[in-house]
Design a protein around this ligand. Structure first.
Ligand SMILES: CC(=O)N[C@H]1[C@@H](OP(=O)(O)OP(=O)(O)OC[C@H]2O[C@@H](n3ccc(=O)[nH]c3=O)[C@H](O)[C@@H]2O)O[C@H](CO)[C@@H](O)[C@@H]1O[C@H](C)C(=O)N[C@@H](C)C(=O)N[C@H](CCC(=O)O)C(=O)O
Ligand SMILES: Nc1ncnc2c1ncn2[C@@H]1O[C@H](COP(=O)(O)OP(=O)(O)OP(=O)(O)O)[C@@H](O)[C@H]1O
Length: 485
């Protein structure tokens, strides 16, 4: 592609000679390590590194031109200065891959909790009803039915355009994180549906306040196509705020909630059968295929999405029933003594609350909760998490999650202090995650529920005593003596 085509929609801050616009560009890279002959290298000032420091490396690798933010004049290849390289990268990636999103049904989901679950539910409903669907999110990306590892919940704009170009699927459902939004990873993408699940305490280390976090999430809705629909849980206070904001702007909103003004109004929820009765406009019953009130909301969000895209109601009701759940989300095993073991990805106070409450509502007589804190991540949510577990569970064990740059000793001390201060005499600390799980399982009996939260589908990032790589494997090993299925 010629440089002038690539630059459509990009405002340059410096003057370049006209002949440069004819330069052929063979590829785009935002990492100097990925530059090949004839590529354009985009220098990004990141959180850890400054891409501008790698411009010479990119040129050695064969870069034909450089885009950056700094005022640079002495390069051996053309230099194009822009005010924001993350935005420019999005626009150029869209041009380079010829805007694949414009030929697809695009669905974006944001919110603190429920994005992954809702996206898998939507994929299921669409595919069962004849619409092939790619998924991009935390666990993996799935394109043309093949799994592709995901490094981020929301990929960089370059990877996103590459995945979209690869996809032959008719629809794409993607999780859109607040980091992704503030870092312009969806620059240039327009969505047919934008969903808001809820907003709770999370990532305040990054956003500073709930208001900033909300503003970051709201940006997704600026990416709605004209005529697109916003689907919002207005039982969430931030969802209600977003609903007002969008209605004032004249956006189509399908709101979900208990209030009479909800487009899909919940009349009642029957927890025993995971069922929601709603007025649609006549009373309808939707059965959630997964336990817990949070999953009833996730199911309603998916229902509203499929309905808006034209899937008939009866087909949705029929096909939602055979949804098999999502890896690492309330995954259930049973011990030989009749105790229940849950592996769940809850790592926010609200998710922990929902997970433990669901265990209780599902018949737990005694809950043993095993979880840990992530090093270097939002430390302000820890107290709330301990308060919640000490209120709902009968016993809790703080163990190791991802330490990141924090030492095991420091995390152990912090955990012990928190247990002592806020643990209501129910907590203890056992840093080896695998031993904590194994002991809890071996000491359990019928009626006990061992709820292991935080890691869900993820592999361990530390070595532990048992020869296992994830909570699921540790549970299997503790139950059967082997970590394999
Ligand atoms: C803190 C953060 O969000 N970082 C994201 C950001 O990285 P960055 O641009 O700051 O990267 P950097 O390492 O400082 O490097 C700057 C630039 O120098 C370049 N470089 C670097 C080295 C070199 O030799 N040559 C070179 O060119 C890099 O390629 C990069 O372009 O942009 C990258 C591309 O989009 C992201 O992959 C990366 O996510 C990191 C891995 C991350 O962990 N992010 C988390 C916080 C995150 O984004 N999480 C959300 C989900 C949150 C949730 O659970 O809800 C997500 O969407 O994943
Ligand atoms: N609608 C919801 N409301 C509150 N908690 C939820 C909801 N849906 C799921 N959860 C809880 O949050 C955990 C993570 O769910 P899920 O992966 O669907 O959310 P997510 O938004 O994708 O999370 P992340 O951004 O961390 O990947 C679940 O294991 C469950 O405990």
């Amino acid at each position: 592609m010629k440089l002038n085509e690539l630059l459509k929609g990009v405002t340059l801050l410096n003057n370049i000679d006209n002949y440069i616009y004819d330069l052929p560009i063979h590829g785009l890279a935002d990492s100097s390590q990925e530059v090949n002959e004839g590529f354009l290298f985009v220098a990004i000032k990141g959180f850890k590194e400054d891409g501008h420091k790698h411009i010479q490396h990119a040129i050695q690798q064969g870069a034909a031109a450089i885009v950056g933010e700094q005022d640079i004049t002495d390069l051996s290849v053309p230099y194009l200065q822009v005010s924001n390289t993350r935005i420019a990268l999005g626009v150029m990636a869209k041009n380079f891959y010829r805007d694949p999103a414009s030929r697809k049904i695009m669905i974006g989901i944001t919110g603190t909790n429920g994005k992954t679950t809702t996206s898998y539910l939507i994929k299921h409903l669409l595919e069962q009803n004849g619409i092939s669907c790619s998924v991009m999110g935390t666990i993996q990306n799935i394109v043309n039915n093949a799994s592709i590892k995901s490094a981020n919940t929301t990929p960089s704009s370059l990877i996103l355009e590459q995945l979209l170009a690869l996809s032959n699927d008719e629809a794409v459902v993607m999780e859109v994180s607040s980091h992704g939004l503030t870092q312009h990873r969806i620059e240039g993408i327009e969505f047919d549906l934008c969903l808001f699940t809820n907003l709770h305490h999370e990532h305040l280390d990054y956003h500073g306040s709930m208001d900033n976090y909300f503003e970051a999430k709201s940006v997704l809705f600026d990416h709605l196509k004209p005529g697109g629909t916003a689907i919002i849980n207005i039982d969430d206070q931030w969802g209600e705020k977003l609903n007002h904001k969008l209605l004032e702007k004249g956006v189509n909103v399908c709101s979900i909630g208990r209030r009479p003004e909800s487009s899909l109004q919940i009349a009642s929820i029957d927890m025993a059968h995971s069922a929601v009765h709603f007025r649609d406009p006549h009373e309808t019953i939707l059965l959630s295929p997964m336990a817990g009130i949070h999953n009833i909301y996730n199911s309603m969000m998916a229902y509203a999405s499929a309905l808006t895209l034209g899937v008939p109601k009866d087909a949705i009701h029929r096909t939602i029933a055979n949804f098999e759940g999502v890896e690492g989300r309330f995954e259930t095993s049973k011990t030989s003594t009749g105790a229940v073991v849950i592996v769940d990805y809850a790592h926010t106070p609200d998710a922990v609350y929902h997970c433990l409450t669901t265990a209780k509502e599902s018949g737990a007589k005694r809950i043993v909760h095993i979880f840990g804190f992530r090093g270097d991540r939002d430390t302000t949510k820890r107290k709330e998490m301990i308060e919640i577990t000490s209120r709902i569970s009968d016993r809790f064990i703080i163990t190791t999650d991802d330490l990141n740059s924090v030492s095991a000793q420091e995390m152990q001390k912090m955990s012990s202090d928190f247990v002592e201060q806020y643990g209501n005499n129910k907590g203890s600390v056992l840093m080896d995650r695998t031993v904590a799980i194994q002991q809890a399982i071996s000491q359990s009996s019928a009626g006990d529920w061992i709820v292991i939260t935080g890691k869900g589908h993820e592999k361990y990032s530390h070595d532990f005593q048992l020869p296992t790589d994830s909570d699921k494997e540790t549970v299997r090993y503790s139950l059967n003596g082997s970590s394999k299925e």
